[in-house]
Design a protein around this ligand. Structure first.
Ligand code: NAD
Ligand code: DAU
Length: 337
C-alpha cells in the first residue's frame, strides 16, 4: 500500500494513526481529509503538517466531487475511514449530524471506492454497535448488532453498508470494532480527559449514575497498530474486534486519575445518568490476536499515567481546546445535571 486516504485524521485516533504511519512506515504517503469540526484540530498534527509524505486536505467526506478529485490526484490505494461524529452524549441532543457524516458520508466514500477500484476500504467502527452486555460474556465478531444510542445506530448502519458493498459488488473491505480509547489528543468531552481537566482545576468530577458502568479501555497507540495490521495483512471481507482485555468501572478509572494527581475523592459528584446508558462493554480480541499476531502493549495503569503526563505537559493544547465553544458545551451538558 503506497498511498492511503485517511479521513478524520485531525481527530483523536486519526491523528495518532497518521503520526504512527508517518513515523513507522516511511514508504507510505498519507492524504488526510478532515472537515475540522469542533473535534478536528491541526494542533494534533503539529510537527507533521510539513512532512513530505503527508498532505492535509480540509474537506467533508459527504462532498463526492472533492473525494473523487483527491483520490484521482493522489492515486489512492487504500482508504481508512475515521471521520465521524463520535460522542454519544452529543448524539442524544443532535442526532441528525451523526446520520449525515457517519451514514451518508460513509456511503459517499463507498460509492467512490468501488468506482475507483480502491484496493482496500477499512471502516473504523466501534464495540458500541453490539449494544450492552450483562455482567458476563464478551462481544465477538458474530455477536448480532444491537445499537442503543443514535451514535451507535449510525455506526452500525455504516458497518452494514460497508458489508453490503462487499457482498453485492465485491468491494474489498475490512471493519474494525474497537473498545474505548484513551491517550494524547483526546477531546475533553470524553470521560478520561474531561475528568483529568476537571481534577487539574479542582472542579467536580461528574460521574453519571452509580458510576458502575464498565468499559474496556485500550491505549490509542495499540488501536492504531491493530488498524495497520488489518489494513495490510487481513483478508478482504473480514471484521476484527479490538480490545484491551481491560474492563474497569468508571469509578475505578476516576479513582486512578485522582490518585495520580493527588486530588481528593470528594471531587467525585454523582450526576444524572445518560439516557439509555449501556451498562457494560467487553471485547473478545482473540481473532486479531491469534490470526494477525496483534496484542496490546500498554497496561492500563501505565497508559493512564502516560496520558495524564501528556496533558500536564501540553497545557497550551488543552487551554486552546477548552476555550470558546467548549465552555458553552460544558454548561449546556452539565449545569443542573
Ligand atoms: P474524534 O471526534 O476525535 O474525531 C473525528 C474527526 O473526524 C475530527 O477530526 C473531525 O473533524 C472529523 N470529521 C467529522 N465529520 C467529518 C466529515 N463530515 N468529513 C470529514 N471529516 C470529518 O473521533 P475519534 O475518537 O478519533 O474517533 C475516530 C473514529 O473511531 C470514529 O469513527 C469513531 O466512531 C471510532 N471509534 C472511536 C473510539 C473511541 O474510543 N474514541 C473507539 C472505537 C471506535
Ligand atoms: O466503546 C467505544 C466508544 O467509546 C466509541 O465508539 C465512542 O466514540 C467513544 O466516545 C466512547 O464512547 P463512551 O460513551 O463509552 O465514552 P465516554 O467517554 O463518553 O464515556 C465513558 C463512560 O463514562 C460512559 O459509561 C459514560 C461515563 N461518563 C462520561 C462522561 C463524558 C461519565 O460518567 N461522566 C462524563 O462526564
Amino acid at each position: 500500500m503506497k498511498t492511503i486516504l485517511v479521513t478524520g485524521g485531525a481527530g483523536f485516533i486519526g491523528a495518532n494513526f497518521v503520526r504512527m504511519v508517518l513515523d513507522e512506515h516511511p514508504a507510505v504517503r498519507v492524504i488526510n481529509l478532515d472537515k475540522l469540526t469542533y473535534a478536528g484540530n491541526l494542533e494534533n498534527l503539529k510537527g507533521y503538517t510539513d512532512n513530505p509524505n503527508h498532505v492535509f486536505v480540509k474537506g467533508d467526506i459527504c462532498d463526492g466531487p472533492l473525494v473523487s478529485k483527491v483520490i484521482d490526484e493522489h492515486q489512492i490505494d487504500g482508504i481508512v475511514n475515521f471521520a465521524a461524529e463520535s460522542h454519544v452524549d452529543r448524539s442524544l441532543v443532535e442526532p441528525g449530524v451523526f446520520i449525515e457524516t457517519n451514514v451518508q458520508g460513509t456511503l459517499v466514500l463507498l460509492k467512490i471506492a468501488l468506482e475507483k477500484k480502491i484496493q482496500r476500504f477499512l471502516q473504523v467502527s466501534t464495540d458500541e454497535v453490539y449494544g450492552s452486555l450483562g455482567p458476563e460474556g464478551l462481544f465477538t465478531e458474530t455477536t448480532p448488532l444491537s445499537p442503543n444510542s443514535p451514535y451507535s445506530a449510525s455506526k452500525a448502519s455504516a458497518d452494514m453498508l460497508v458489508a453490503a458493498f462487499g457482498h453485492s459488488w465485491g468491494l474489498p473491505y475490512n471493519i474494525t470494532r474497537c473498545s474505548n480509547n484513551y491517550g494524547p489528543y483526546q477531546f475533553p468531552e470524553k470521560m478520561l480527559p474531561l475528568m483529568i481537566h476537571n481534577a487539574l482545576n479542582d472542579k467536580e468530577l461528574p460521574v453519571y449514575g452509580d458510576g458502575l458502568y464498565v468499559r474496556d479501555w485500550l491505549y490509542v497507540y495499540d488501536h492504531c497498530t491493530a488498524i495497520w495490521k488489518v489494513l495490510t495483512e487481513a483478508d478482504p471481507g473480514t471484521v476484527y474486534n479490538i480490545g484491551g482485555n481491560n474492563e474497569k468501572t468508571n469509578l475505578e478509572v476516576v479513582g486512578l486519575i485522582l490518585e495520580r494527581l493527588g486530588k481528593p475523592e470528594s471531587l467525585i459528584t454523582h450526576v444524572k445518568d445518560r439516557p439509555g446508558h449501556d451498562r457494560r462493554y467487553a471485547i473478545d480480541s482473540s481473532k486479531i490476536m491469534n490470526g494477525l499476531g496483534w496484542k496490546p502493549t500498554v497496561t492500563f495503569k501505565e497508559g493512564v499515567h502516560r496520558t495524564i503526563d501528556w496533558y500536564l505537559s501540553n497545557t497550551d493544547w488543552l487551554n486552546h481546546v477548552v476555550s470558546g465553544q467548549y465552555q458553552q458545551y460544558y454548561e449546556s451538558m452539565y449545569t443542573n445535571r
